[in-house]
Every structure is written in C-alpha cells, then in structure tokens.
Design a protein around this ligand. Structure first.
Ligand code: HEC
Length: 95
C-alpha cells in the first residue's frame, strides 16, 4: 500500500509542470484582471515611466502581493494567467 501511494505521488509530481504549462490562458488572465484589479489603480501603473516592477519574477511577486491586498485567493494558475497577460500586453520581460 505504501509503495503504491508513493508511486502515485511521484506520478502526480512529475505531471505538475506539464499541466501548469498547458493551462496558461492569457485571455482568462485579462478577464480576471478586469474583474478584480481596477479598484485601486488602472492600467496606467503598468506603463508609467517609473514603474516599480523591473523583471518577470518581480511581476509575479507584485501580482501576488496585490491579490493579497484584495483577498481574491486566486489559484497559482490564475495568478500565472494574469502575470502572462500583463507581461504580453505591457511589460514584455524576457523569462
Ligand atoms: C488594494 C488596492 C489595490 C488593488 C485592488 C490592486 N492593486 Fe496593484 N497596486 C497597488 C498599489 C498601492 C501599487 C503600487 C502603486 C505605486 O507604487 O504607485 C500597485 C501596483 C501594482 C503593479 C506594479 C505596477 C508597476 O509600477 O510596475 C502591478 C503589476 C499590480 N499592482 C497588479 C495588480 C493586480 C494584478 C491586481 C488584481 C489582483 C491589483 N494590482 C489590484 C494596490 C492595489
């Protein structure tokens, strides 16, 4: 029994990157952003001259921080979608 369950864990873990890559959905990121993220700032902060986000990891950090501010409790793949949308639309960081 123990062997079977650890085998399942190994299979489960090895599938994670595949699943999350396939799940990136920029359109959903845009929708989430429109639904939740215009309370405090508009898109002007993403294009202003002195924006605070300087690289891709920083963008993900900032999005996580802002979701905590609003208590939206997105899953990781939803955060990824929003980050990918912001990057393709505004930031254009290399990953
Ligand atoms: C509770 C208010 C609030 C909400 C709602 C909010 N943000 Fe923010 N956000 C801020 C503040 C404050 C800043 C920093 C602005 C500044 O320094 O001038 C910021 C900055 C940012 C930046 C960085 C802009 C830059 O300078 O590069 C990003 C990206 C961002 N927010 C994403 C989001 C996302 C995604 C959401 C939706 C989950 C969201 N924000 C919702 C308060 C909020």
């Amino acid at each position: 029994m123990l062997k079977i369950s650890s085998a399942l864990i190994v299979i489960g873990l090895s599938m994670v990157p595949v699943v999350s890559q396939a799940a990136v959905d920029i359109k959903r990121g845009e929708e989430l952003l429109q639904q939740r993220c215009y309370g405090c700032h508009g898109e002007d902060v993403y294009v202003r001259e002195k924006r605070i986000v300087k690289d891709f990891p920083g963008l993900e950090k900032r999005v996580r921080f802002c979701t905590q501010q609003v208590n939206v409790n997105w899953f990781d793949d939803e955060i990824t979608d929003v980050v990918e949308f912001l990057n393709s639309e505004y930031y254009h960081f290399k990953k």
